[in-house]
Every structure is written in structure tokens, then in C-alpha cells.
Ligand binder design. Structure first.
Ligand SMILES: O=c1[nH]c(=O)c2ncn([C@@H]3O[C@H](COP(=O)(O)OP(=O)(O)OP(=O)(O)O)[C@@H](O)[C@H]3O)c2[nH]1
Ligand SMILES: [Mg+2]
Length: 202
């Protein structure tokens, strides 16, 4: 199978892509390690789908390699789906995880635990140079805790407790997260599609 390049500027995501895909026996490389000038793609879409397509198709065309990219984020029911597509930049353009967490916790101050449901969403896009992207989606449902707990992972992991667990993703650690995460679910489906594609294309 040809090498697929994972295109993301987020170090936390790269680690998860590599761990999940190696468990699924797929070899990937980081596009950032392959090219010297991986400039960020501007995320001008209003939906995860639009931004995932933008990233995969633009990087594939720009660097002439097959690309996997995702657009992901946290949707909180009590905040009408915020931070959503703006998850990385919720508290400002400098993408500060700690400030983003503070903003969510402040907005949810006084909201009871049974009203703090939310989900991580991941839209995965695979594109070959010049072709339209193929998309899959994964979700991980849970609740937003009242305080930060744990140090693993990235983003909002310290305040997200997946359904069926008593700890946050940051406490549960990479092994558990990568079994149950939105990214894992989206990649499982994508790997199925890519293996069918290989069979058809020979
Ligand atoms: O706690 C978290 N655990 C996760 O598993 C997770 N997945 C996404 N997110 C949040 O959503 C943003 C993605 O935004 P995003 O898809 O635009 O990615 P990004 O800007 O970080 O990098 P790139 O891939 O676009 O280069 C991230 O920065 C995080 O704030 C997560 N938070
Ligand atoms: Mg981004």
C-alpha cells in the first residue's frame, strides 16, 4: 500500500493518528516530517466537513501526495454546540488549550452535572492529489467535568469524561482514549474504505 501522509499541525493529533493506525496495521508518515514547508491551511468553513475537505484536498494538491486530515472539536449541549468548529481557537487565535478550557468551564459555571453532556466529533478526510476527498465521522459522548483532572492527551481532554467511565480522557491515558475516541471511530471507518479501495484498484 502506498504511504499516506497525515497532515496536521497539532502534535497531539499526530501521536494519536500514528498510535491508532499502527494498531490497525497501516503505515503513515507525518506530512510535516516529509516536506520542509507545510504551511497551515486556512479553515474558512462553517462545518467540520467543510474544513476537513479543505485541509485534505489542499495539502494533497499542494504537496502531490495522498493525505489524511481531520477537523475535530468539542460540542457542548448546554452551549448550543460551542466550541464546535472553533474548538482550537475558542479563546483566541493563538490556540491556547488552557484558555480554551477556562472559557468552557466559566460558561458552564453553575450548570448541574446532568446538564453537562457533550461530544467530541471528528470528521476524517482522505484525498489524493486533484481528487475529491472521502469522508468519515466519529463521535465520543460524555460529560464536561467541573474541574481539570489528569495530564495526558491534549485540548479539552482534562475536562471530558466519556460515558461509562469515572475519569477524564486525560486521566484514562492514550491506550484507553485511542480505543474509544472520536478519532478512533472515524479512522476505523476510513481504514475499511481505504482497504476496499486498494482491492478495487489492485
Ligand atoms: O481534548 C481534546 N481531545 C481530542 O481528541 C480533540 N480533538 C479535537 N479537539 C479540539 O478541537 C481542536 C481541533 O481543531 P482542528 O481540527 O482545527 O485542529 P488543529 O487546529 O488543532 O490542527 P490542524 O489539524 O487543523 O492542523 C483541537 O485543537 C482541540 O481544541 C480535541 N480536544
Ligand atoms: Mg485547525
Amino acid at each position: 500500500m502506498k504511504t499516506i501522509y497525515v497532515a496536521t499541525t497539532n502534535k497531539g493529533k499526530i501521536k494519536e493518528f500514528e498510535q491508532i493506525l499502527s494498531a490497525l496495521s497501516i503505515k503513515v508518515e507525518s506530512l510535516q516530517d516529509h516536506v520542509s514547508n507545510m504551511e497551515d491551511v486556512e479553515e474558512t468553513g462553517d462545518t467540520f466537513e467543510e474544513n476537513a475537505i479543505l485541509k485534505a484536498e489542499t495539502y494533497a494538491k499542494r504537496h502531490q501526495v495522498p493525505v489524511l486530515a481531520d477537523d475535530s472539536g468539542l460540542e457542548v449541549n448546554a452551549l448550543d454546540g460551542e466550541p464546535g468548529v472553533y474548538s482550537a481557537r475558542y479563546a483566541g487565535e493563538d490556540k491556547n488549550d488552557q484558555a480554551n478550557i477556562d472559557k468552557v468551564l466559566n460558561k458552564l459555571k453553575g450548570v448541574e452535572i446532568d446538564q453537562r453532556q457533550g461530544a467530541f466529533v471528528c470528521v476524517m478526510a482522505y484525498a489524493e492529489p486533484g481528487d475529491k476527498a472521502v469522508l468519515t465521522e466519529g463521535k465520543c459522548h460524555g460529560v464536561i467535568t467541573e474541574t481539570r483532572q489528569g495530564h495526558d492527551g491534549f485540548g479539552y481532554d482534562p475536562i471530558f469524561q466519556p460515558n461509562g467511565y469515572e475519569q477524564t480522557l486525560a486521566e484514562l491515558g492514550a491506550q484507553v482514549k485511542n480505543e474509544i475516541s472520536h478519532r478512533r471511530h472515524a479512522l476505523n471507518e476510513m481504514v475499511q474504505i481505504l482497504s476496499e479501495k486498494v482491492k478495487v484498484e489492485g
